[in-house]
Design a binder for this molecule. Structure first.
Ligand code: ATP
Ligand code: ZN
Length: 285
């Protein structure tokens, strides 16, 4: 039977979360001990464990049908692949940073400077787009120490909290791109595999939606029901049930993580009581 081959990072920041999302989609891996390949027992899927940098090329060559990498790795590879879904983890950005004491004013600062990075292709493109003539020094790993040891005047690297930059006496001055883990595929996979990918995608979206939403229950005084319902930007219309106590109703709805605290604040202001917030196991959207 036809199987979909998905490449994920063998060991690194993406590995655990890639396996988690596959497991949450109800897919059971038989030899999940990260050898070279795992097979699913209850879904037509095979997992290949690779270095993240190699994944775009393997997909482009047809060795794997799909894969999970940071968007930064896709951009750096230059491979022509489709992003099927953004997965919401490994969020970071690629930025330029300089010594915190430097008198940085604008991008022209980089003219004639040496910039250390593990992402030369992405940096080169940005320099060209901005008509900057700088020297790129490719180093793999510990880019953040390059200025301290006199190897470079600036670095171009992954930033998340910024604490690594600070502890190396650097300041972030230009953000070049945002990144998060993405599910990739080649544009030309065959129909049978495309069908499997679609089924997987349906499940992954249910997992992602459940992660981003909470189920809420609350008691509302009837004279404030309209205001309270208006404050909940739920899926469709909320469920409203009368309570045994006269003049009160129970309201059920789904609230997105992004709006969550703002919505809760309004609900309290309008007199909602007994607010319960419940995680959602799966959400079919
Ligand atoms: P490999 O050995 O597979 O080549 P690697 O060392 O290149 O691994 P990791 O450090 O595991 O890669 O990072 C994998 C991806 O995770 C990066 O490409 C990036 O998208 C994301 N990432 C890296 N650092 C952070 C961070 N501090 N916060 C969030 N996401 C990050
Ligand atoms: Zn890598």
């Amino acid at each position: 039977m036809e199987k979909l081959k998905i490449a994920i990072q063998k060991s690194g920041r993406l590995s655990e979360k890639s396996l988690d999302i596959i497991a949450e989609a109800g897919i059971n891996l038989i030899n999940g001990s990260r050898k070279l390949i795992s097979i699913a027992s209850n879904f037509p899927l095979e997992i290949l464990y690779l270095r993240d940098d190699d994944i775009p090329q393997y997909i482009a060559d047809g060795v794997a049908d799909a894969g999970i990498v940071g968007e930064n790795v896709l951009v750096e590879s230059g491979a022509r692949l489709d992003i099927v879904e953004r997965l919401g983890f490994a969020r970071c950005r690629l930025s330029l940073a300089v010594n915190k004491s430097s008198d940085y004013s604008d991008r022209s600062y980089f003219n004639g400077k040496r910039i250390a990075t593990s992402y030369p292709a992405t940096l080169k493109r940005w320099l060209q787009e901005n008509s900057i003539d700088a020297e790129i020094h490719i180093i793999n790993g510990s880019v953040e120490i390059a200025t301290g040891i006199g190897l470079a005047d600036a670095i171009f690297d992954i930033v998340s909290s910024g604490s690594t930059l600070i502890s190396n006496g650097l300041k972030e001055v230009e953000k070049v791109m945002d990144s998060e883990a993405v599910l990739l595929t080649a544009p030309d996979i065959n129909d049978a595999r495309r069908d499997i990918l679609d089924e997987l995608l349906f499940r992954l979206r249910a997992v992602l939606a459940s992660r981003n939403n909470k189920y809420i229950l609350l008691n509302a005084p009837d004279d404030k029901l309209d205001k309270i319902i208006g404050a909940i930007p739920g899926m469709k219309s909320p469920t409203v049930l009368p309570l045994a106590m006269k003049g009160w109703s129970s309201v059920h709805s789904v609230v997105n993580e992004n709006d969550f605290w703002q919505v809760i604040g309004k609900l309290r202001e309008y007199g909602a009581q007994g607010i319960l917030v419940i995680p959602i196991e799966k959400m079919i959207v």
